[in-house]
Design a protein around this ligand. Structure first.
Ligand SMILES: [Ca+2]
Length: 133
């Protein structure tokens, strides 16, 4: 059963709080349906899994991962920029092993502009540590 990351504008985006550690279970699927959707990480986000059970960040329209979550059959199909990115703020930590990122990359420019960007689906401030394997 996929999780849906609900957002309603930059001020109401989901976040991992400072000092908190969010560890995603094997095979977790997270879907978003807003081009502005950004997951803000102030603490630690751990997504470490096996190749057979990837953790997936994708569009709510992506029926190929976790089924027809938006309940419209094949009426809509996912495409790049369906959601934005995962933003790591200074002091945050991210670890990704066998994690898949699909259909994000919308050019989100919020009140906090990142210092560097290493990939379309990541926004990484200086002082953040992100490891992707
Ligand atoms: Ca669908």
């Amino acid at each position: 059963m996929p999780y849906i990351l609900e957002t309603n504008g930059p001020a109401l985006s989901p976040y991992v709080d400072s000092g908190a550690i969010l560890t995603l279970e094997l095979g977790t699927i997270l879907k978003t349906n807003n081009t502005n959707s950004t997951l803000f990480v102030y603490g630690s986000l751990i997504a470490s899994t096996t190749p057979d059970n990837p953790i997936v960040f994708t569009s709510l329209k992506d029926d190929a991962r976790g089924g027809d979550t938006n309940g419209d059959g094949s009426l809509t199909s996912p495409q790049d920029n369906d959601w934005a990115n995962i933003k790591f703020l200074s002091g945050s930590v991210g670890t990704f092993v066998n994690t898949i990122f699909s259909y994000g990359g919308f050019g989100y420019v919020g009140p906090e502009v990142s210092a560097t960007s290493t990939a379309p689906m990541f926004s990484i401030d200086s002082g953040a540590i992100v490891v992707i394997q």
